[in-house]
Design a binder for this molecule. Sequence first.
Ligand SMILES: [Mg+2]
Length: 244
Amino acid sequence: MPGANAGMTSLPRALLLDLDDTILDAHRNPDQAWIGVCREFAGRVGAPSPEALHAAVLESRDWLWGDPERSRRGRLDMTGTRRQIVRRALRRLDLPYSPAGEAMADRFSALRHEAMRLFPDATDTLGRLKDAGVRLGLLTNGNASAQRGKIERFGLEPFFDHIQIEEEFGAGKPEAGVFLHALATLGAEPRQAWMVGDNLEADILGAQQVGIHAIWMDAGRAGLPDGTAVRPDRIIHSLSQLLE
Ligand SMILES: [Mg+2]
């Protein structure tokens, strides 16, 4: 799309950003977190071994997040969803879901909460973009209180001209209306906007379908997964690259 990319060396009128794993380092190494939780709880829930419990949890997790509709409902209640993942894992091991199972799921939630950080260059970059006159929009899927809590905890609200959370808005990425509403609020056309996010379907395909320049955040430098047909317009490893 050469026409749409005209002026790529300058900044766009509007920049839409995802929150988790784009501004916040939120979900890296979840497998490692589950290993620790499984070691701690294997005995209490009656699992044959931490390894067996871990394998069952990962299978259950991938089953839940691998389906678009389960994922859509699941992200609106992360605490409940993690309990559901553990409940299903225990059932696979022929174990009952007990208070220990619930404590196990909630321990994982607490660890993820504690581990969450701003990417080191995030607020500096947001400040520079704002100073440069770029209209900033935050587009995040998920539960209103959880996402508002993160925005407040990390002091992100002052950077944004528009904050749009899936549960509050009533629709989430990759629905076209999510992007179009945000741009209308920011007073920008799709060709005047960039979207940055780590999720290839929700952030990249979602933005591209309405003509927004889509930038994939690959913070872990994992590269595009094998077999994906998604082609981001640009790939970055940290937000400060937006200023280059
Ligand atoms: Mg994300």
